[in-house]
Every structure is written in structure tokens, then in C-alpha cells.
Design a binder for this molecule. Structure first.
Ligand SMILES: NC(=O)C1=CN([C@@H]2O[C@H](COP(=O)(O)OP(=O)(O)OC[C@H]3O[C@@H](n4cnc5c(N)ncnc54)[C@H](O)[C@@H]3O)[C@@H](O)[C@H]2O)[C@@H](O)CC1
Ligand SMILES: [K+]
Length: 215
């Protein structure tokens, strides 16, 4: 069984990789987007019309980078931000600049029946409270529509440690776990909302004899 990690352990390994080993966050974001691209291009998903739902933190940055790679591969993709993009972090803004420069199309609001595939890049391991009411409503509505969702790292709304829902969660057919699967995809609601968990290496450097709490 692949090693599971807690949110804190994941953040410690990311911090070690970036601040001790000196691999930049942008490199990790690019590796995450490329890993997601490999999974999507492996033939199990209908890429005829992809919608990327991006949040305002690093999970969103992964999604914007993936939208750029999909567009450059001539795959029909639109990018929709969930939240006010002016409040996005610098990683998202940098990724949006590059995506815009290569012509990625933006959507303000989408009909979730339309896309052949929806990429959930709204929240990842940084989610720490119940989702905003409006977003809870949106996710619950999306869950009732027949569509295919692939979650980046963890389904939005799922607690990375416990697998409990923060009010609501977007049900995924598959979850692409970056580095290590988070404990939450294997527990409680996380188990049924994550679908098939596909773990992808993104070049994270794990400290020698790192003490994983989940044996
Ligand atoms: N740190 C890194 O360099 C890397 C992070 N990665 C990605 O980044 C994700 C973690 O990113 P972040 O820590 O930026 O967080 P998220 O992108 O998961 O969340 C975005 C932001 O939402 C805010 N937030 C949390 N709970 C909220 C709530 N209930 N309502 C409203 N806003 C809320 C927080 O400020 C958080 O920073 C991972 O899941 C993974 O997808 C990967 O790309 C690997 C590299
Ligand atoms: K996500």
C-alpha cells in the first residue's frame, strides 16, 4: 500500500523540498501539472471539452498550469476561477499570466453538464474550515449532474487528515495525489468522494528517515 500522509507531514515535506533542498514551488507546480497531464492523456478520460475549476491557492495554481498544458496540447479547455481572482496568491497570478499569454480561454460561469471532464483544482490540503455557503451549494448541485470530475490532490471539501467533509465536497471519479496520497482520501467521506486514487511523483524530496505517523 502506498504510504499515506497527514496534511502536516505533506506540508513538512513540501517545506523541506522548497526551503532546505532548494527546489522552487514553481517547479513543483509544473511537475504536478505535467503529472496530471500524463494521467489525463493515458486514454481513460474524454478530453473533448475540459473545464478547469481553479481556486485561489496553490491547488488553483496547479489547475491553471494544467489548463495551459492542455491548451498547448490542442485539447479544448476553459478555465474558471472559483472566488475573486484578484485575491489569488502570487503563484496563481503568475500561472494565470502564462496561461493567458498562450491563449487559454476563461469562463465566468459554466453549466456543469457541458464539459466532458471537470478538473477540481479549487481546494487541496490548505482547506481548513467549512466551505463558503455558496460554494457548498454549487458543489452539491454539481454532484447531482452526470459529469466526470478528476480532483487534483484531494477532492475539494474533504479534510486531508480525517476524510470528513467541510460542509460539502465535489465527488470525483479519480483523484491525482501529488507525491503521497493524503490520509483523508482513504477515510470517511473522503473514501467515496475520491474515486480511484492515482499517486504521481512530482519530485518532492523526503528527508532521510522521515517519521511517517501512518504505518
Ligand atoms: N506548497 C507547494 O509548493 C505545493 C503545493 N501543491 C498544491 O497546493 C495545495 C495546497 O495549497 P495551499 O496550501 O495554497 O491551499 P489550497 O490551495 O488548498 O487552498 C487555498 C487557500 O484557501 C484558503 N482557505 C482555506 N480554507 C478556506 C475556507 N474554508 N474558505 C475560504 N478559504 C479557505 C487558504 O488560505 C488556502 O491557502 C496542495 O493540495 C497541492 O495541490 C502542489 O503543487 C505541490 C507544491
Ligand atoms: K482539489
Amino acid at each position: 500500500m502506498t504510504q499515506l500522509v497527514t496534511r502536516d507531514e505533506m506540508q513538512a515535506i513540501e517545506a523541506y523540498t522548497i526551503h532546505e533542498a532548494g527546489l522552487s514551488a514553481d517547479v513543483l507546480t509544473e511537475r504536478a501539472a505535467m503529472a496530471a497531464m500524463n494521467v489525463l492523456a493515458a486514454g481513460r478520460f474524454d478530453l473533448s471539452k475540459v473545464l478547469v475549476l481553479a481556486g485561489l491557492g496553490n491547488n488553483g495554481a496547479d489547475g491553471v498550469a494544467l489548463a495551459r498544458l492542455l491548451h498547448q496540447a490542442k485539447i479544448p479547455v476553459t478555465l474558471q476561477f472559483v472566488g475573486n481572482v484578484n485575491r489569488a496568491n502570487q503563484a496563481v497570478k503568475d500561472q494565470l499570466k502564462a496561461a493567458t499569454a498562450c491563449g487559454v480561454e476563461r469562463a465566468e460561469k459554466s453549466d456543469f453538464k457541458e464539459p466532458s471532464l471537470i478538473i477540481d483544482a479549487i481546494f487541496g490540503t490548505g482547506l481548513h474550515d467549512d466551505l463558503p455557503e455558496g460554494l457548498q451549494k454549487m458543489l452539491k448541485a454539481a454532484n447531482h449532474i452526470d459529469n466526470t470530475v478528476v480532483a487534483l490532490d484531494i477532492p475539494t471539501g474533504i479534510n486531508a487528515d480525517t476524510g470528513d467533509m467541510y460542509g460539502a465536497a465535489l465527488k470525483a471519479k479519480a483523484t491525482i495525489a501529488f507525491g503521497y496520497p493524503k490520509a483523508g482520501v482513504n477515510r470517511s467521506n473522503g473514501k467515496k468522494m475520491s474515486g480511484r486514487v492515482i499517486t504521481q511523483d512530482i519530485g518532492l524530496i523526503t528527508p532521510e528517515n522521515f517519521d511517517f505517523s501512518i504505518k
